[in-house]
Each structure stands twice: as C-alpha cells, then as structure tokens.
Ligand binder design. Structure first.
Ligand code: SD4
Length: 344
C-alpha cells in the first residue's frame, strides 16, 4: 500500500507538466483589483522614482521592471544618500546594500558593495543569473564587473566629503537622541538623514513596492545604510524578509529606519504574515512596529522604523514609530506624498 508521504512525493514530482511549467508555482493574482497598477515608495525621493516606475507600469509592463527602474533614479541621483553620492562609512568608503523580489519568490541581493552605481541591478542579476540569493563585498563587486557593470572611481561626492569632514571632527559613533520638534531629526539614530539647504530631508534608503496591470507584485530596496557606520555594517535593506518581502498571494512590504531593529523581528516578512492573517496593510505595519517598540522599551524613543505595505488587493498602508515618515504613491488617479501614521 502506498503510504501518505510517498503519495505526496509521487503526486508532486511525477507530473511532467509540473516540471516544465514554471507558472505552476506562481501564486494567483487577485482578479478584480481596481486600483492597479500602483507603485509606492519610501520618503520624498520616491516621487521621482515612482515616475520612472510608472512609465513601465502604465505601459502594461512588469512590476519587477518597474521597481528596478524606479529606484535606479534614486541610486543615480548625485544629491542623495542612496547610491554612490551617499555618505561614507566611518573609514571613508561608500558601501551599498540592495535587494529585489518578484511575484514568484525569486529574490536577489547584494551587501557591502563598493564602487558600483546600480546595486539594485546587480541584485537582480544575482537573482536571475546565479543559483544564490545574496552576494556580499568583494565577491559581489567581482560578480558585478563580470556582468559588465563599470567600476566607478572611489571618490566621495562633494556633499559627502563635506559631511564626512564634519563627522571626523568628533568621530562620534553614537546615536543622537531624536528630537523631532526642535531639530526635525526624524529618529534614525546613527542613521540621521542629511538636511538639504532648502530644509527638506535626505534619507539613506528607498524601498519600493508595486503591483502591475496583471495584478502581480514586486519590490526593491536600495541604500547606503547609514552615514559613518562601522565598516562592514549591513542593515535590513538587503535581507530578504527584513527590508523587503513579496508574496503575490498576500502582499508586499518594505521598510526604512534602523535596520538592526527591523532584522530582529524579520520585519517585512512579519508584516506580510500579518496581512495573511487578515490585517489590513496599515494594521499589519502597526502590529510589527508595536512589536519593535515593546522589545526596545524606553530606547524606542531614540530610533525610527517605518513599514510600507501593499496588499494583493491594491490596498496601501504604512506605520512608523515616530512622526515624520512619508511615502510617495502613484496610481491611475494620484501622484502624491502621504504622511504615515505613527505613535506620536
Ligand atoms: C539600514 N534601513 O541600513 C536602512 C537605513 C534607512 O533611511 O532606512 N535609512 O538600516
């Protein structure tokens, strides 16, 4: 008599159709979603990034292509803490992290990558051209070069050089307490964003999630991590399940803020799991922010973490520990910034 385990294995592996049909494993997109396509991304740099993503989405393109092209705009921007124009680590080197994930659980990431302009595209190559999910450091750089990505000069942007010179005066590796009212510091601890001359803030990260016209989800996240970080420090952004997670059957989530505290709760994956249990994107983001706040206790006052999520029904939600987190949204009727809810 065939036992149960044998029966399951036989059913799964015996069908030739299963072996050849890649889409067998793809989770179904929800039929009848009204507000698609849609793209959302963290912070105000998201507005420009969404524009590039929208070009692809509005032409019926794939969410994966949209989330790659979108954040490439931010990576290429000279005056930004994402990409090679970013603040360096405390030894004076810009090191970058990125991740990408599609509707079929394919994912790729790079961390501690130096001298490459578009880490997000290297992450996509890791996903598509290697049997691995993550490459780091010199190995990631060698892979990028072998894939034809130019090795950029090891040189700080003038803004980053200025900021680094300032930082070197004290060389203080200590999170400043947040003081939203007085300084506008939005609570990034050592990840304090840079303030532009026009008074707006520049952040170290962009996380983007999108749903295309076919109802499929994808996400991307790219960052310089934290200005003046310890050499070799890697945050949540390139960690699948922490800074980014996509499950086409449920939804997608990305995060920003203090990566260490996102990693310890497997943040983006946890948000998606809460959505699977029936919570709305905002409720799910809030639930995991609550978990972080409970873990951190009093120290939660000193850090900022925010989640941004999209369900597979096209519903958007976000939540942050502290006020100040905003995200950019683009769909058929809107192109706008939205202030996320928070505990203060
Ligand atoms: C990190 N989550 O490396 C990133 C930092 C960030 O805006 O979001 N900065 O921990």
């Amino acid at each position: 008599m065939i036992n149960r385990r044998k029966f399951i294995m036989t059913s799964v592996f015996s069908s030739a159709a299963v072996a050849v049909n890649k889409n067998f494993f793809a989770k179904p997109a929800v039929i009848g979603v009204k507000n698609k396509p849609i793209v959302i991304s963290t912070w105000d740099t998201g507005l420009e990034a969404n524009k590039a993503a929208w070009k692809i989405l509005s032409a019926g393109g794939r969410a994966l292509d949209a989330v790659e092209s979108g954040v490439m705009v931010t990576e290429a921007s000279q005056n930004c803490c994402v990409g090679l124009g970013a603040n360096p680590d405390r030894d004076g080197f810009v090191t970058l992290d990125a991740s990408i994930m599609d509707e079929n659980f394919n994912c790729g990431s790079v961390a501690f990558l130096e001298r490459i302009k578009h880490p997000i595209s290297v992450a996509r190559r890791v996903m598509e051209k290697t049997p691995h999910v993550m490459l780091v450091g010199i190995g990631a750089q060698e892979f990028a070069v072998a894939e034809g990505f130019p090795l950029e000069p090891q040189k700080l942007s003038p803004e980053a050089q200025k900021a680094y010179n300032e930082w070197l005066k004290k060389s203080e590796y200590k999170p400043p307490p947040i003081n939203i009212e007085n300084t506008g510091n939005q609570g990034h601890g050592p990840f304090a964003p840079t303030r532009y001359d026009d008074g707006t803030w520049n952040h170290d990260t962009i996380g983007m999630v999108a749903m295309d016209a076919h109802g499929n989800l994808s996400g991307s996240c790219t960052t310089s991590g934290a200005g003046f970080k310890m050499r070799g420090r890697v945050g949540d952004s390139p960690i699948i399940g922490a800074g980014l997670y996509v499950d086409n059957e449920v939804g997608a989530c990305t995060s920003t803020g203090q990566g260490e505290d996102v990693i310890r709760v497997a943040g983006s994956h946890s948000v998606v799991e809460c959505m699977r249990q029936g919570l709305s994107p905002e409720e799910a983001c809030k639930k995991i922010i609550e978990r972080i706040v409970k873990i951190k206790g009093e120290k939660a006052k000193e850090i900022q973490v925010a989640f941004l999520a999209l369900s597979n029904t096209g519903e958007v939600g976000a939540f942050a520990i502290h006020k100040g987190f905003s995200y950019a949204l683009r769909d058929n009727g809107n192109e706008k910034m939205v202030n996320a809810k928070s505990f203060d």
